[in-house]
Design a binder for this molecule. Structure first.
Ligand SMILES: Nc1nc2c(c(=O)[nH]1)N[C@H]1C(S)=C(S)[C@@H](COP(=O)(O)O)O[C@H]1N2
Ligand SMILES: [Mo]
Length: 511
């Protein structure tokens, strides 16, 4: 047997902590996958962190990671969990039972957060409590084997025994993690329910997309964004699983009579199809948190008319199954625009991540004040009586989408071959309309680009300009002109509080 070494014991304690946390996480995920996906300790604590994080942290996360913000959060949480677990191992070595107490405490925190965040899920606390207890017990058991036996303190622990026990614990945990995620993926009842949905044809179909709306330039965003490429932004760490058969929408508040709508009732109503470009207020100048789809849904205007809206009301607070809320100016839901209670996206039921079974889509407003996914409630109210998820976190109360344009071709920073070339991009000012786009090179004169056919004022539009590229480095800028006479401002502004602005400017090298 090797001589007992304090340094080696510290490594063993840290390893015991890591194995214990893997074991705990595995058990937590496995039970959550069988009970409720949102009750997984990771999802509960991550979701809680998203809710309590200050706005600047969320803005930064979206700016840095875009739609990868959730993967970034999970990676960071895994790293922190690993470090905390190693620390718990060391603390158990030096100040027993502080390490095991940390596991128990984290389990309790997870259970409380999961319970608070769950929609009446009676067992939401269970995965976290099991995980905390499993972690504490695993740490106890492994630490016994990491430290010398009381009867032979000079000999040190049995090295082989420690390795076998720790390895087995970690392997069990990893297997449970993998199995838990597989189980969740194969259960997928809501994905199956979605696959079985047959949407009715639209009573009012959208006109065909004009052939001249799509310039077909390589590298230019297509005028209709395929569902798989559509940006996704939301606060839901785990995509809510709402079966259409269980879905209903309640319209209440300042109305003459409450209306409750089930999925079957909704599909039986005359549905309308409309091409609408959705944009996120967090989109930076030149960014890609914007997409255009053909939506199928019931006009919100008709639904509100059925409920009878009080003349005192000026806002509709929509609520998602996951607790997210948006406050939409009433007039945007009652005027003649195509605000939809949408069930279809580009000819399919809504993808789960985009709000299956039902979401709101409102032309002209950023998503945070309008596009509630997994929507279950519309409360007719007033701006001075209620506020919503983002507006209570400092974002502007009204969220009209700003006049914007972007250069897609050539890509910023790319090399361009000298000679005849093309500059192309997108421009948008939803529910107002784009009248033109101008481009200038190296600060020279503005030149009018050719505008593709717009699908409608509610959608973005492609533009292009032939360019004879001369050797050297060049700066290219664009600005859009609005149907209402506005010229896109050069004054830059960050996304908060009401959307980014300024000209998109790129630099390329021609050789
Ligand atoms: N339930 C729920 N709906 C939501 C959000 C959310 O966080 N939760 N985010 C909103 C925001 S900020 C935007 S920009 C759009 C994005 O819709 P998409 O993910 O389908 O592109 O959804 C909106 N609807
Ligand atoms: Mo957004």
């Amino acid at each position: 047997m090797r001589r007992y070494s304090a340094a080696r014991t510290r490594w063993r304690a840290a390893a015991a902590g890591l194995a214990a946390v893997l074991f705990a996480a595995g058990l937590g995920e496995l039970t959550a996958s069988l009970l409720a996906p949102s009750a997984s300790p990771f999802a509960a604590i991550g979701g809680g962190l998203i809710d309590i994080a200050p706005s600047w942290a969320k803005d930064l996360a979206i700016e840095l990671f875009g739609t990868g913000d959730k993967a970034a959060l999970l990676t960071a949480m895994a790293l922190v969990a690993g470090l905390a677990a190693a620390a718990a191992g060391l603390l158990e070595l030096w100040r027993r039972p502080v390490g095991t107490a940390i596991f128990v405490a984290l389990g309790i925190v997870g259970a409380v957060v999961a319970t608070v965040r769950s929609d009446g899920d009676l067992l939401a606390w269970l995965p976290s409590i099991l995980a905390g207890a499993a972690g504490a017990i695993a740490l106890r058991v492994l630490m016994k084997r990491a430290t010398p036996a009381a009867e032979a303190p000079k000999d040190g622990p049995d090295r082989r025994q420690f390795l076998v026990w720790t390895g087995a614990t970690a392997a069990l945990g990893a297997a449970a993690l993998v199995f838990g995620n597989l189980a969740r993926a194969t259960v997928r009842t809501v994905e199956a329910a979605r696959a079985a949905v047959r949407l009715p044809a639209a009573t009012t179909a959208a006109p065909a997309v004009p052939a001249a709306a799509e310039l077909g330039i390589e590298g230019l965003a297509p005028v209709i964004t395929p569902n798989g490429e559509f940006y996704r932004i939301d606060t839901a760490l785990v995509v809510p699983q709402v079966d259409a058969a269980d879905w209903s929408l309640r319209v209440h508040g300042m109305v003459d009579h409450e209306v409750v709508l089930t999925w079957d009732e909704l599909l039986a109503l005359p549905l309308q199809e409309s091409d609408i470009t959705l944009a996120c207020v967090s989109n930076t100048v030149g960014g890609d948190l914007i997409g255009n789809a053909r939506w199928l849904g019931y006009p919100v205007r008709e639904l509100l008319a059925r409920a009878g809206v009080s003349t005192d009301a000026d806002m509709v607070l929509s609520t998602s199954i996951d607790g997210f809320t948006a406050s939409t100016p009433l007039e945007a839901l009652t005027d003649d625009r195509d605000s939809l209670l949408a069930v279809g996206m580009n000819g399919e039921p809504l993808p789960l991540a985009h709000g299956f079974p039902v979401r709101l889509v409102v032309p002209g407003l950023y998503g945070y004040v309008s596009a509630t996914k997994w929507v279950t409630e519309l409360e007719v109210t007033r701006f001075d009586r209620a506020s919503a998820y983002w507006t209570s976190r400092g974002w502007s109360e009204r969220g009209p989408i700003k006049l914007q344009s972007r250069i897609d071709v050539p890509r910023d920073g790319r090399d361009v071959e000298a000679g005849s070339s093309v500059i192309a991009g997108m421009a948008w000012h939803q529910h107002v309309g784009v009248d033109g786009v101008e481009v200038r090179i190296d600060g020279g004169a503005w030149r009018r680009a050719e505008l593709a056919s717009a699908i409608s004022d509610d959608t973005w539009v492609q533009w292009s300009l032939p360019w004879t590229a001369e050797t050297g480095t060049h700066e290219i800028e664009c600005r859009a002109l609005s149907v209402d006479g506005e010229t896109q401002t050069s004054t830059p502004a960050p996304p908060a509080p009401d959307g980014a602005q300024g000209w998109h400017r790129i630099n390329v090298t021609v050789s």
